[in-house]
Ligand binder design. Structure first.
Ligand SMILES: C[S@@+](CC[C@H](N)C(=O)[O-])C[C@H]1O[C@@H](n2cnc3c(N)ncnc32)[C@H](O)[C@@H]1O
Length: 252
């Protein structure tokens, strides 16, 4: 049960809470002749979902999301928003977040400070191939490309919308960065001298295994924010207070 991805866990939590709230409604009606209002049932469902979420030890941001889910739907129904906007919003989210429920790596962007910290780790004069695994809107390779004319820059991105945006940006900038729409798990990391990733704790064990199995000796593996448990990094660059803004690098 605990091995279910968090998104599916949450679906189960919501469904069970809905069933229990419906049961509660029935119980209140039959012996007590009390008909709760819809908003009362929604709050009861939210409270039950919070309890289940806590029992399942979900991360701290899930209980408030569970609590607000059904009330938010009720509020949205009252706002008389045209039905197509929900479909449009859903499709937009799908295009940007694609298989996040499986990869557990959503789109969020690194910033200038991180890109600046990556630059001194790259070879100063010799030619190299650099890839950003999960390249988002392409910020990392776009920043580095003009600073390293001897480098070849690549990005791979699984979600269609960020990939398309990065391709468009490359075209507008006349950049030579090559963006692929591929799961990085299908790549051979031996093709690259520097591998950069800004993913999530959930992705790191699998990626580290892939990097160890495929990367050539002497090549560099860089991870923004997320370390691995099994080997101490060779370089640690702290960008700001707190571990989320740390750059880790391993010489393979
Ligand atoms: C945290 S964002 C980082 C974006 C970009 N690298 C940056 O630094 O701004 C992670 C990106 O990785 C993508 N991603 C997640 N799993 C992936 C996979 N298996 N293959 C390729 N891209 C993936 C997500 O769609 C998301 O856009």
């Amino acid at each position: 049960m605990t091995r279910l991805p968090i998104s599916l866990q949450s679906l189960v939590v919501q469904c069970i809470a809905l069933l229990l709230a419906a049961l509660l409604n029935r119980l209140l009606q039959t012996p007590f002749s009390y008909q709760p209002a819809l908003w009362q049932l929604a709050l009861a469902q939210g409270a039950i979902a919070v309890g289940l979420s806590l029992l399942w030890r979900q991360p701290a941001w899930w209980p408030p999301l569970h609590f607000g889910f059904l009330p938010a739907i009720l509020l949205a129904r009252q706002a008389s928003v045209p039905a197509w906007t929900y479909l449009a919003a859903f499709l937009l989210l799908v295009l940007f977040y694609w298989s996040t429920f499986r990869t557990r790596v959503p789109l969020y962007l690194s910033d200038h400070k991180a890109w600046q910290a990556v630059a001194p780790l790259l070879p100063a004069t010799q030619a190299f191939r650099f890839i950003d695994l999960g390249s988002g809107l392409g910020g990392v390779p776009f920043y580095l490309e003009p600073r390293f004319p001897q480098g070849r820059f690549y990005g791979t991105e699984i979600a269609p919308a960020p990939w398309l945006i990065s391709r468009l940006r490359a075209w507008l900038k006349r950049s030579r960065v090559r963006f692929m729409r591929r799961d990085y798990a299908t790549l051979n990391l031996a093709d690259f001298d520097v591998v950069f990733a800004f993913l999530s704790p959930a992705a790191m064990p699998g990626l580290w295994q892939q990097a160890q199995a495929q990367m050539r000796s002497g090549s560099l593996f860089i991870s923004l924010s997320f370390a691995v448990n099994t080997r101490q990094p060779d370089h640690v660059v702290t960008l700001a207070e707190g571990a989320r803004h740390t750059l880790y690098a391993w010489r393979m």
